[in-house]
Design a protein around this ligand. Structure first.
Ligand code: ZN
Length: 192
């Protein structure tokens, strides 16, 4: 196995992105029952890409850390562009939903767009879906019923379908996570 070459310059900018994202998401929590700090999610997405996907491109890792900042915080494209450059900004924009659209429309757009976005954005999107589906395999978001959880898994599968062949290891992990999530949803009593 070839060893990973670690450039200290990359560490600096990766930490800058991590710090930036942690400040932007500082008051947010995930939707799970334990209300996990939001930043755990982008960290997990980046970690999945590096350790599971074996994707060592700092551009992808940084985009993963920043992927929800425009969509879920007050962050603007200009901020990302000024601090992290044009390419990272464009990847983050590619994985950002248009909040001006209704939720159903946004979900449909993700399915349609998945095959058309850049390879780097596809990596981030796939790891994002792995992280979200993994969440459903351990505990479902507060207020979600069985149907909503199942529908999420099904929708995520449709999005990932559009990126088929991009990374075998990540796709395998995604399928496995969907399987686990379905099992968990099946076994969970939602008090209905
Ligand atoms: Zn995300």
């Amino acid at each position: 196995m070839e060893d990973v070459l670690f450039q200290s310059n990359d560490v600096g900018i990766i930490l800058k992105a991590l710090h930036f994202a942690s400040v932007k998401h500082k008051d947010q929590r995930r939707k799970d029952i334990q209300a996990t700090p939001y930043i755990n999610h982008p960290i997990e997405v980046a970690e999945i890409l590096w350790n599971l996907g074996e994707i060592y491109d700092p551009v992808v890792i940084i985009s993963a850390l920043l992927h929800d900042t425009i969509e879920d915080t007050e962050t603007t494209s200009e901020e990302i562009r000024n601090l992290f450059g044009i390419q990272i900004c464009s990847i983050v924009e590619e994985v950002t939903d248009d909040k001006g659209l209704a939720k159903a429309e946004r979900k449909q757009r993700q399915i349609e767009k998945a095959s058309k976005i850049s390879r780097e954005a596809q990596f981030v999107k796939l790891a994002d879906k792995i992280s979200n589906v993994r969440g459903l395999a351990s505990n479902c978001p507060k207020g979600w019923n069985k149907e909503r959880c199942s529908q999420y898994v099904q929708w995520a599968e449709q999005v990932v379908q559009g990126m088929k062949g991009i990374n075998t290891r990540l796709e395998k992990e995604f399928s496995l996570s969907c399987e686990k999530a379905r099992k968990h949803i099946q076994e969970t009593s939602f008090g209905e």
